[in-house]
Structure formats: structure tokens, C-alpha cells
Design a protein. Structure first.
Length: 489
């Protein structure tokens, strides 16, 4: 009889690792997600208590719950009860768990399948094996040992202790019988959110000037907690809330399924102060499935004035030379210069600029329209939490047609007199077809006491060791600034 065989992979298990369980639709869930990879979940548990000790079980929890964060209470305060004991089990059944449970026992393995010529159905081929060790696997088959599973393991359906969902079990003591919905709150890992800002400039030329840009802000939420939330009210907290690191297990890793969802049109996200942080409310219920990334628009602002600056900061990062030894005779200190002219953009988060709300930290992307009207990517940067009326400053790259160089032209050290005189020349070239202003930023790093004794252009003092020369450079030309600084100690 001719038979067609079908090879079965070991992954063809009905019970697999990382099982996702769904919350019951009857239990509304509220989530407050923090941008530090955790959330506070709130739901209800219907309690039907008798006088004395009651056994209560719920699966309305995630697989990354912090057991010691659980709060079970009557929100009305009318019913008195106490939790005598609590047990949390997140060990959802999977193949490894079952193999360990059946160590030393024999089970069936489906090694293959063939197509029956008469019935035209697939008939499984079953073998028997004894699990000597679960991990790494060691199985005895026909009196011989092998270091791999002989097929897909088939476990008895009556296996005791199977958990398909994370489970909380309580022993609750009550003075009298009562039935009421209790509020269950807990901290869980596996959630995070971030903000993204897309800025669109209509012109493609840029330049050291102020131009209007449109801003669209998105909130991106991720659920990797192992549980689906088909309908949840979601709020978000922005700010650095004190949280002991390492308290939540299994927080790292990206989305399991890699799903992305764009939220449908909905009421606007609102923002309010909360303690010393800021809270954002989606003002509706939405689904947030395990492994899903969901985006919600929370900000739109038109014609926000954004100023572009060109900055040349050749010795960024150098600090005052440590005192001692040959410190004041090292003429080469700080001469390994950054040769790039940086594109710096700034705008103020104010109501006058059509903003004026607390902007959570996140990624900011800049787009510009080219001459054909197509939108092109022009750089991105990260921003910190920014209160209203504060300035946002972000770097989007380096100028292509503007170059600069810094040359040390003189160095004289009078160690006996505790004086250094040092001179520099800074040349800026502009190959653009429009004038630009380049800000030359110099850090005076050799000693705490300094004085500019000669200069070819006006400067401003930014702090105790930094000066700035704003220099206008005409199209297709160059400008040179020179100065001499005297250090003393």
C-alpha cells in the first residue's frame, strides 16, 4: 500500500511558550503606563464572601505582575475584609514545563504522519519514550538513549496543575457574608511608551533664519506583558518617577509578534499636572494586545517658528587642564579640533508658538519639502522632558557647504610668571548662495583665570569658560576671526 508521509516539526505543539491570555470582557481595565517600562493596572474582581475564610482566585493579571504591589480593596469602604494569604503563579504551561513534570515517566511522541489511501486522511505515527531528563532532553526509546526528542511530545489532557493564564489566589477573611466588586490594582512590567515629534518645513533651503514649521506629535505604546487587553482606558505618565531597578522580572525584549496599530480618529489626548509629573489621558477605551505597538496622535501645531543656527565648536568637551607637572607648557592641548559646522535648531514651547504644554521626552524628526514639493528626511534628535515656555534645542546634522578650521597661531608660556598667551585664527567658508551667520564657540580651558587681550570681532561670554563670536559670512566667501587670550594662575 502506498503511503505519503508528512514530516512534523517539534514546534507543532498546541501548548507553547509565551501563551497569551485575554482579560475577560466583563472586567473593565484601566492602565497607567510609565515611560520606564512598567504600568499600573486597575480592574475589578467580584467577591462573594462568606463569614470566615474564603478562597478567591482571579486571572485578571499579567505575567509580569509585581506580587508585593497588589492592592485589593473595597472602593466604597463599606465592606471589611482582610487578605490572610496571597499566592501568585505566572508559570503558564509550556513544553519545557510539561517535560519537567513528566521526568522519569513515559509519554507518546508523534514522529510522523501518513496519508491513508482509502480514507484520504492523515494518520499519525506514534512512538513511546521515557523522559530521563527534560533539559537538555535525554529520552529512552526502545531501550536506547537519545539526546533529542523523537517527535512532538503528546501529554495527557488530564495533567494536574495546568495554568493557561497567570493566576492570583487569596485567602480572604470576612466577618460577615457580602457580595461586591472589589478594586484590584498592581504594578506590572512589560509596558512602555514614548513620544515622537515630526516637524515639517515647507522650504528646502534652510538657512540661518527663522521659518515656520508644522509639528505633529505621536504617542507610541508597547505591550509586552504577555496578556491582551481588548478594551482598556489608558493614561500615560511623563517624568522620571523613582522606581527601584530590577524589581520587575523579564522586562527586556522587543514585541513578540511585531504588530503595529494606528489608532482610529478619537477624542483629543488631554494633559494635566499630576504630583511633580505630567499625565496624558487618551479619553477613550482602546485595545492593546500583547506584542502590539499602538500609536495615537496627541499634538498638532502649525506655523511654529523654528530658528536655525550654524555652530562651530572645535574644542567641545575640553575642560580646564589639571594643575601640576607640565600642565601649562603643553601647547598641543585641545588642538585636536572638531572640523564640522553643526546644524542647531531651536523653538520655544509657548502658547504664542501654538504649543505651551508639557512635552514628554522622545524622538524629534525634521522633514523638508524639496523644490518638487516632496517631503524629504532632514535629520533627527532626542529631546528631554520639556516644560512649557522652555526652549527646545536639537541638532539635525552637519552643514555640507559651510566649513571651518581653527589654527593656533601663537603660544607663549611664562611658567615663572604664571602666565600663558595663546592666539587662534578661525576661518569660516560659505559656499551657499545665501549669507549665513556662524556662531564660533570657544572654550577657554587652560586655566580658570583668563582675559581676551586682542580680538578681530565682538564676542559674548556664555559662561565662566566659554565665549562666542557670531560671524556673518557672505555667499561664496570666507571670514576669519582672530583672538588672543591670556591665562594666569
Amino acid at each position: 500500500m502506498h503511503r505519503t508521509f508528512l514530516a512534523l516539526p517539534l514546534t507543532a505543539l498546541a501548548l507553547v511558550a509565551g501563551h497569551t491570555s485575554a482579560q475577560q470582557a466583563s472586567a473593565p481595565v484601566s492602565l497607567t503606563i510609565y515611560n520606564q517600562n512598567f504600568a499600573v493596572a486597575r480592574t475589578t474582581v467580584d467577591l462573594a464572601l462568606t463569614s470566615g475564610t474564603n478562597e478567591v482566585t482571579t486571572t485578571e493579571v499579567t505575567s509580569q505582575l509585581e506580587p508585593d504591589s497588589v492592592v485589593l480593596r473595597d472602593p466604597t469602604g463599606k465592606h471589611a475584609f482582610s487578605v490572610v494569604e496571597q499566592n501568585y503563579d505566572a508559570a503558564i504551561v509550556n513544553q519545557d514545563w510539561l517535560l519537567q513534570k513528566y521526568e522519569g515517566q513515559s509519554i507518546d511522541f508523534q514522529t510522523n504522519a501518513y496519508l491513508d489511501d482509502k480514507t484520504h486522511t492523515w494518520i499519525p505515527v506514534i512512538s513511546h519514550g521515557k523522559i530521563l531528563r527534560a533539559s537538555p532532553p535525554l529520552v529512552e526509546v526502545d531501550g536506547k538513549m537519545q539526546f533529542q526528542l523523537p517527535g512532538t511530545p503528546l501529554f495527557p489532557a488530564t495533567t494536574h496543575g495546568l495554568l493557561l493564564k497567570p493566576t492570583l489566589r487569596w485567602q480572604i477573611a470576612a466577618d460577615r457574608a457580602a457580595s461586591f466588586p472589589a478594586e484590584l490594582s498592581y504594578v506590572t512590567g512589560g509596558f512602555t511608551w514614548s513620544a515622537t515629534y515630526n516637524l515639517v518645513a515647507n522650504s528646502g533651503t534652510g538657512g540661518s533664519a527663522t521659518e515656520p514649521m508644522d509639528i505633529v506629535g505621536w504617542i507610541t505604546m508597547q505591550n509586552n506583558c504577555g496578556v491582551d487587553f481588548p478594551s482598556a482606558s489608558i493614561k500615560l505618565i511623563a517624568g522620571n518617577v523613582a522606581k527601584i531597578q530590577g524589581a520587575i522580572g523579564g522586562l527586556l525584549g522587543g514585541p513578540i509578534n511585531g504588530k503595529m496599530a494606528m489608532a482610529e480618529a478619537a477624542p483629543m489626548v488631554t494633559q494635566q499636572n499630576f504630583d511633580d509629573f505630567h499625565l496624558y489621558d487618551l479619553n477613550r477605551t482602546t485595545s492593546l494586545h500583547n506584542g502590539e505597538t499602538k500609536q495615537v496622535e496627541f499634538l498638532t501645531a502649525n506655523a511654529v517658528p523654528v530658528t536655525r543656527r550654524y555652530e562651530f565648536e572645535p574644542n567641545a568637551g575640553f575642560t580646564i587642564y589639571p594643575v601640576g607637572g607640565n600642565a601649562y607648557r603643553d601647547r598641543s592641548y585641545g588642538l585636536v579640533a572638531n572640523p564640522r559646522v553643526t546644524l542647531v535648531n531651536e523653538f520655544t514651547n509657548s502658547t504664542a508658538n501654538h504649543l505651551g504644554i508639557a512635552l514628554p521626552a522622545g524622538r524629534l524628526r525634521l522633514y523638508r519639502r524639496d523644490k518638487s514639493g516632496a517631503m524629504q528626511f532632514a535629520g533627527e534628535a532626542s529631546i528631554e522632558h520639556t516644560p512649557r515656555n522652555e526652549k527646545i534645542r536639537f541638532v539635525t546634522g552637519d552643514a555640507f557647504d559651510i566649513t571651518a578650521k581653527r589654527v593656533q597661531t601663537d603660544f607663549r608660556s611664562n611658567h615663572a610668571g604664571r602666565v600663558i598667551d595663546e592666539s587662534f585664527s578661525l576661518e569660516v567658508k560659505n559656499q551657499k548662495d545665501q549669507p549665513v551667520t556662524v556662531h564660533l564657540i570657544e572654550h577657554l580651558y587652560r586655566a580658570a583665570n583668563w582675559e581676551i587681550t586682542e580680538k578681530s570681532a565682538a564676542y559674548s561670554k556664555r559662561d565662566s569658560s566659554t565665549i562666542e563670536f557670531p560671524v556673518e559670512v557672505k555667499p561664496e566667501s570666507s571670514t576669519t576671526v582672530t583672538y588672543t587670550v591670556r591665562y594666569s594662575w
